[in-house]
Write a protein that binds this ligand. Structure first.
Ligand SMILES: CC(C)(COP(=O)(O)OP(=O)(O)OC[C@H]1O[C@@H](n2cnc3c(N)ncnc32)[C@H](O)[C@@H]1OP(=O)(O)O)[C@@H](O)C(=O)NCCC(=O)NCCS
Length: 159
């Protein structure tokens, strides 16, 4: 397994996979972000990309905007998170944070087992996500295991 920085051409396949989950744009804490506008890390196995993480630098913090393992539960997501944390430590960035949704219990487990703590709960925030993406905010969207997506959870880790 190898990790490298994302280049512009990666966004072709990143978009293909991102479209199967939240899409090419993500909303966190009420702000719409376009993945292709931000830096990323790519994990490869046998010279083939198997996952990506897109992040956004803030002053003394880093927001993980999106992370996806194309083949899940084989250590690729964990390797990406570790590489992002290493990058933050090298740049003396002390805090990584991210948003997820109430349905994503596998992700909640994944982050908490890696030292992330719940920092905020924004009940009902998903309606605003839909509104910012130009969709009907009343629309019911079913997430993992058919759980309706409603709320935003903010997790973070102090490095
Ligand atoms: C969440 C995600 C990024 C994690 O990456 P991953 O490569 O699948 O995860 P890893 O293999 O590195 O680690 C997963 C852990 O869950 C365990 N696991 C195995 N099978 C699992 C399953 N079916 N469900 C949940 N966890 C499982 C693994 O053993 C591992 O345990 P550990 O914590 O002891 O290391 C990935 O699953 C994914 O792409 N999910 C869909 C997109 C998504 O939800 N992104 C996050 C949005 S905030």
């Amino acid at each position: 397994m190898q990790i490298r920085e994302a280049v512009a051409a990666d966004f072709d396949w990143i978009h293909e996979y991102a479209d199967t989950i939240g899409g090419r744009q993500v909303v966190s804490r009420g702000v719409l972000h376009t993945l292709a506008d931000h830096p990323g890390l790519i994990v490869e196995a046998d010279n083939t990309p198997v996952g990506y993480a897109i992040y956004r630098d803030e002053e003394n913090a880093c927001e993980l905007l999106a992370i996806q393992a194309i083949r899940q539960w084989q250590g690729y997501g964990g390797a990406l998170l570790e590489a992002l944390e290493d990058r933050c430590r090298r740049k003396a960035v002390a805090h990584i944070w991210l948003c997820t949704t109430n349905d994503n219990l596998p992700a909640l487990k994944f982050y908490q087992r890696r030292g992330y703590r719940l920092e905020a709960l924004n009940p009902g925030a998903f309606a605003n996500v839909l509104r910012l993406k130009g969709l009907d905010p009343q629309k019911e969207v079913l997430g993992i295991d058919g759980v309706p997506i409603r709320d935003e959870l903010v997790l973070g880790k102090v490095l």
